[in-house]
Write a protein that binds this ligand. Structure first.
Ligand code: PEP
Length: 246
């Protein structure tokens, strides 16, 4: 399994930010892990061009479940592929919250991504109230079951565990809590897709930064990270890449 350091730029960055891509690629020309940036849609084609021949993959942050049609403002999975993307994030908690995305819609998006030849990064995670109520495993188990696309394999699916309360807050679960959830996800995935589950990369996401990356990556069944804020600067994201590759 090739571990994955994935950066989610969210709604940040313009053309000037492509300097960060050049710096990242120059500092990490051949990392011992996969390196991915998911910029805003406006930058995908340019970033893919900047990353050509380099050890950096590019991804989208969302896609529509349909291939084309009357969906103003949306972007389909084949369009992302055409622009140079290799991955797409689906079901990020900000999409689920801001746009009311359900597990069924996330599942349809993930299926569309895979059908277009993209790798789908499916995000799941509990809210703080759900964790406080002791419902974490029940919530993420149900999200996994509801969001898992038909026929997913280790080559087409990445699963990102992102506790909602840890995203952009500087707070993280304890190492034991991350280990509990990732172990649970591996077992649940095995129930669903059998032996393929062993090769599916399970990312942790939520306030990963250079200072905590190494201890999170030491947890078993953590196969990489989905990184928001700390992916915007090449020096920070590069340090996370280096921690994963170590
Ligand atoms: C994210 O947006 O997926 C994320 C994990 O953000 P941050 O790293 O900023 O918490």
């Amino acid at each position: 399994m090739r571990k994955l350091a994935a950066g989610n730029w969210k709604m940040n960055g313009g053309r000037a930010a492509l300097d960060e891509v050049a710096a990242l690629c120059a500092a990490h020309p051949a990392p011992e892990c996969e390196m991915l940036l998911c910029p805003p849609a406006t930058l995908i084609a340019q970033m893919a061009w900047a990353a050509r021949g380099k050890a950096l993959k590019i991804g989208g942050q969302d896609c529509h479940p349909a291939v084309s049609g009357a969906h103003t403002g949306d972007i389909s999975a084949p369009m992302l592929k055409d622009a140079g993307a290799a991955y797409v994030i689906v079901g990020h908690s900000e999409r689920r919250t801001d746009h009311g995305e359900t597990d069924a819609l996330v599942r349809a998006k993930a299926g569309a991504a895979i059908a277009a030849g993209l790798i789908a990064i499916v995000c799941i995670g509990e809210t703080e109230a759900e964790r406080d109520a002791g419902a974490t495993l029940a919530v993420i188990g149900a999200q996994l079951d509801g969001s898992l696309p038909e026929g997913a394999t280790a080559a087409t699916l990445v699963l990102a565990y992102e506790p909602v309360w840890a995203i952009g807050t500087g707070r993280t679960p304890t190492i034991a809590e991350i280990a509990e959830v990732h172990g649970f996800l591996r077992a649940r995935l095995t129930e669903r897709i059998g032996a393929e589950a062993a090769g599916v990369r399970l990312l942790y996401g939520g306030s990963v930064k250079p200072s905590n990356a190494a201890e999170i990556f030491a947890v078993s069944d953590v196969d990489g990270a989905l990184v928001g804020g700390a992916s915007l600067k090449a020096v920070d994201f590069g340090a996370i890449v280096a921690a994963l590759a170590a």
